[in-house]
Design a binder for this molecule. Structure first.
Ligand code: ADP
Ligand code: MG
Length: 571
């Protein structure tokens, strides 16, 4: 709730304007029945047409004022709530940008999506609703009660009884609703997670004919969501009519009582009934808005969780600039992912000299990707030290550090847009010549030129209209454009045929001789061409040296060699 209030405070001017128009509207609503009673008691009874017309005209004027208030209030309320939700989304988005991979692993992307969309919408609905009726309901309620007391003072005890009963019902509604709506949002997270997983892996799902299983998962998540929804709605389904019933029954009792006690004042009685209806209506609105409030508070808690998330990576106290020579040195580095007991890397020690190309080989899951992800500080080491350019990376600002490093990830990620736009991620103001040069080094220029639109060819989301190998080469060209002094290639030539791969690596050697390169590959034929090779298994260094040295003294390397080349199976 604090969070919501803090956002409202920023728009207090708009909020107050909305409330001003709201009070205008409320006042108009409250005045009508009183004038009605004047017409009946003074005009109709005394057959005074002049008075009837006069009061009628006044009522018309008040109605017009009320309508104006309602229109303006709506405009301001919608605008304010829209602006607040936009700001909130912006804040979450910016916050997520500052978080490290470790935070995001923990918060989970699917949950982040729910929070930035649905949860913010809940809050927006509440703010909008509260400006439209939240204030109106209690004011109308109090005003109407006051006027009833003035008109028919004898009914006060009955009124208090009815109100007390309604109050109890509303409180019970809140208490039962709150945890249920919280659970509802959690189930929505799960549903989003399953849908996202299913949609992003739809090819694999189809290839393995796993629609049944995946469908089952989705059905289960959808059912749970529906179940939680029904459970939460059941509370309001029971309580809303109960509250209505209480107040309606109250009106009947009041009518009956006043009929007995002061008949004759038909106009006053009419006004009282009218006010009582307003009270009923307000109480109904209060219980409604409280339902939205319950959801909004649950959602605000979830949004707050992100906004309060401490970046797992502390900013360096006095960040220093990179000298830029390009050495990378691991000193007894161990690393565990948060929440996993097994370390992904253990006591890794090796140094890549400036300009050197280090091949990294090892079975899947041996920690190759984890190792290179430490260099740009996607994650921070758990133990030991990692030096880039001879400086401990924890003393470097991640952004400055990353400016000097280019990463070509295992899975080539392209964005919807033209090829040129995608490449310019590496360097925003790159000229056509630079684009061609980088693409040339990545052996991508030829196939790009073969497209009718060349560099202006439009790529679908994720580059769906390219082959795996083409995507990998574009991803490499994009990294080269950055002209980094450290280049990290995470198995990014895996989809290339042996000839093309050899050509790419040859070009890299020639064009990027001054760069320090960390080259991950599953293939011995690839790492063979590097200066030195790091052989990993289960997060430990099994050997570090040239191809020849490892063949002599590293059993793991020997067995990989035997399985890929020694056994006669040339790739
Ligand atoms: P490789 O690249 O050699 O195939 P990885 O570095 O990707 O291996 O993975 C090393 C180990 O770390 C594996 O056991 C994997 O399950 C685990 N791992 C990888 N990424 C994460 C993550 N984000 N959270 C938890 N564990 C992870
Ligand atoms: Mg990997």
């Amino acid at each position: 709730m604090k969070l919501i209030l803090s956002y409202i405070r920023r728009h207090i001017g708009m909020f107050a304007t909305a409330l001003f128009f709201l009070s205008l509207e409320t006042l108009a609503d409250l005045m009508q029945p009183t004038f009605m009673s004047y017409i009946v008691d003074n005009g109709v009874k005394g057959r005074d047409v002049g008075k009837i017309l006069m009061y009628g005209a006044v009522m018309l004027g008040i109605a017009a004022l009320g309508a104006l208030g309602a229109v303006m209030r709506n405009i301001y309320a919608s605008r304010t709530s829209q602006q607040i939700s936009r700001e909130m989304r912006g804040d979450i988005y910016r916050k997520v940008q500052t978080l490290s991979f470790e935070n995001i692993d923990r918060l989970q992307p699917s949950s982040l999506i729910t929070r930035i969309t649905n949860d913010v919408t809940q809050i927006q609905n509440f703010i909008n609703g509260s400006m439209r009726i939240m204030m109106k309901a209690p004011v109308t309620c109090l005003g109407a009660i006051l006027l009833i007391i003035l008109q028919t003072p004898k009914q006060i005890p009955m009124m208090i009884f009815i109100l007390f009963l309604s109050f109890l019902l509303i409180t019970a509604n809140m208490a039962l609703g709150y945890p249920r709506f919280g659970r509802l949002q959690q189930k929505l997270d799960r549903l989003n997670e399953v849908s996202r997983e299913f949609l992003s892996s739809i090819r694999v799902v189809k290839a393995f004919c796993a629609q049944e299983q995946e469908g089952e998962k989705f059905r289960a998540a959808a059912e749970e969501f529906a179940g939680a929804g029904i459970c939460a709605m059941r509370v309001s389904a029971v309580f809303s009519p109960l509250i209505n019933l209480t107040v309606n029954a109250g009106i009947v009792v009041l009518l009956w009582l006043s009929g007995h006690q002061d008949s004759g004042q038909i106009g006053r009685l009419m006004a009282s009934v009218n006010y009582m209806t307003q009270v009923l209506f307000s109480l109904g609105m209060v219980s409604n808005i409280l339902n939205t409030a319950v959801r909004a508070v649950a959602s605000a808690g979830r949004v707050e969780e992100i906004l309060k998330e401490e970046p797992a990576q502390k900013k360096a106290a006095d960040p220093i600039a990179l000298p830029g020579n390009g050495s990378v040195s691991f000193r007894d580095v161990s690393f565990s992912y948060a929440g996993t007991p097994e370390p992904a890397l253990e006591h890794v020690t090796f140094t890549a000299e400036p300009g050197e190309t280090i091949g990294i080989i090892g079975p899947t899951g041996s920690g190759k990707s984890t190792l290179v992800n430490l260099v740009p500080r996607f994650y921070d080491v758990t133990e030991g030290r990692l030096l880039v350019d001879g400086i401990d990376v924890t003393r470097l600002d991640p952004e400055m550090l990353r400016a000097g490093i280019a990463v070509v990830p295992q899975k080539a990620l392209l964005f919807s847009g033209t090829i040129a736009e995608n490449l310019r991620w590496g360097k925003a103001d790159a000229t056509q010549e630079e684009l061609r040069q980088a693409a040339g080094t990545a052996c991508a220029d030829t196939f790009i030129q073969s497209f009718p639109d060349g560099y202006e060819t439009f790529l679908g989301q994720g580059g769906v209209n390219l082959s795996g190998g083409q995507k990998q080469r574009l991803s490499l060209a994009r990294a080269l454009l950055k002209n980094p002094h450290i280049l990290i290639l995470d198995d990014c030539t895996s989809a290339l045929d042996a000839t093309t791969e050899a050509a790419v690596l040859g070009m890299l050697r020639e064009q990027c001789a001054q760069m320090t390169v960390l080259l991950i590959s599953q293939r011995i034929s690839t790492v063979m061409r590097t200066d030195r090779i790091l052989c990993l298994q289960d997060g430990r260094v099994m050997g570090f040296g040239t191809h020849k040295e490892l063949l002599e003294n590293c059993p793991v390397y020997q067995s990989i060699y035997a399985s890929q080349i020694g056994g006669g199976q040339h790739e």
